[in-house]
Write a protein that binds this ligand. Sequence first.
Ligand SMILES: Cc1cc2nc3c(=O)[nH]c(=O)nc-3n(C[C@H](O)[C@H](O)[C@H](O)COP(=O)(O)O)c2cc1C
Length: 460
Amino acid sequence: MKPLILGIFQYISPNGTVGSAWQHPDDTSADFLSIDHWTELAQKFDAAGLDFLFLADSYGFPALDGELLDAAVREGRGVPQGDPMPIVTAMAAVTDKLGFILTTSTTVEQPAANARRFATLDHFTKGRIGWNIVTGSSGATAAALMGRDLISHDTRYDMADDYVDVCLKLWEGSWADDALRLDKENGVYADPAGVRMIHHEGPYFRAHGILNLPPSPQRTPLLVQAGASGRGREFAGRNAEAVFVAGGVPSVVAANVAGVRASAVAAGRAADSVKLLVGALFITAPTHDEAVAKHTEMLAMSTPEGAAAIYAGNTGIDLLALDPDKPLAQTSTEMGQSNVERYLAKDGTPAPLVRDILENFRTTGINGSVFVGTPEEVVDQVEEFVRATDVDGFLIQPHLTPGTYDDLIELVLPVLKSRGLMTAERHGSTLREQLFGEGAARLPASHRGQAFSAAATPVV
Ligand SMILES: Cc1cc2nc3c(=O)[nH]c(=O)nc-3n(C[C@H](O)[C@H](O)[C@H](O)COP(=O)(O)O)c2cc1C
C-alpha cells in the first residue's frame, strides 16, 4: 500500500464537526479568534509532517425556510464561523512545508477577485496553497445573505465550470514565465510583451483584463472539490486534482471514488490524476477501552437538535419534522445533494429510516468514517478501509483540539510510519509537488487549464 496523504480538517469556529467539543474542559477551539491558536496548531502539524491543513468555509448557516435555527446558535454549530483567508499568511510565516487548502464558493464573489486572492496567497505561502471549489453548502442562506435567489443545483455546477475557466485563464494565461524582469539597470520591471489581456465571454461570467501579479510558484493553486453528487463528480473529473469525499460504508465510498476516477478518465485525464481523500475521525488511546470511552464522551456532546440543524442547513430538510419511522420521502434537493444521496436505498440495501439517519448524522457528521481503538487497531481499520475503497488518504476531523491531534501525532503516526503508510520524505516545496511528486509544481499537461497557458496560442 502507498503512503497515505494526510490532511487536517478545521473550520474557523469552535469545534463542531461532530458535536460541540468546545464545551469540553480540555478543548481550546473556542480560542478560534486568536491568531496564536492557529499558528500553534499549524506548527504542530508542520513538525509532524502532515501534508496540509484544510479550512472549510461557508457563508451559509443552519436555517429552515430562511429562519436561523436556535440549536445552531446555542450549541455553536455552524454559528459562529470566520473567514479562513486572513489567517493563512500568519500560519505560512511560521511553517515550512505544511500546505493550506481553503474553501471559497463560486456563488459568492466574482471569479477575478477570487483568482487574484489565491494568486497572492500562492506567493505569500511560496506555493503551498490549494482551493477547495464548492458551489456552496447551506446554499439558501448564503444566497439570501448576498441578496440573490438560490440557483438550482446543477446550474450552480455549470456556473462553477465557467467560473473556473476565468480563474484558469488569469492564472495560466495572463503572464508569460519570463515576463518579470526586475532589471534595475535598465528600469524594466516587466516585459510588456509578456503580460497579456485575457478575454472571457462565458455563459455566466465575463472577464476582460489581466491578473495583476507575476506568476506564482504553482500559478494555479491545487484544485480541490468536495461535492459528491453526480454533477459534482462530473465537475471534479474536469477540474479537480484532489477530491474530499465523505466517509461511511466502504462500498458507498468505493462507488464514489470509482465515479470520480471515471469522470476524470471521461475528461481525458488519468484515473490517478485525482487524489481521493476521505473525511474521518481517528479516536485513539493507549488502550481499547480508553479509546471507546473518548468516543462515548464525544458523542455525548452531540445532540439530535444540533445535528438536525447542520443537516437542515446543508440539505434544506428538517429531520425533526419527519416521521421517524419512514425513509426520506424526498430524494433530491436544490441545496447540497450528497447528504441526501447518502441516505437513499442503494445496491439492494433499503433506505434507512429517518430516526437512523438522524442518529447516523449525529454520530458521524458530514464526513462519515469513524476509526476507534488503540493505535494498532485504528491503523488496521484504516488499512482495511483503504483496500476496500481505493482512497489516497484522509482528511482528519477534530474531536478535541488539540487533544485529537496530540493523540494522532504521538500514537497513530508512528504506527503508520512503521507500516510504510506515512513517509517523512518531502517532495519539492509546493503543495502540488507534495501530492504529485517533485517537479510537479504546475498544473499537469493533461489538465484542461494548460490550454490557457501563456506559452500556448493567445488566449481567446
Ligand atoms: C470533507 C468535506 C469537506 C467539505 N467542505 C465544504 C466546505 O468547506 N464548504 C462547503 O460549502 N461545502 C463543503 N463540503 C461539501 C458540502 O458538504 C456539500 O456536499 C456540497 O457543497 C454540495 O455539493 P453536492 O450537491 O455536489 O453534494 C464538504 C464535503 C466534504 C465531504
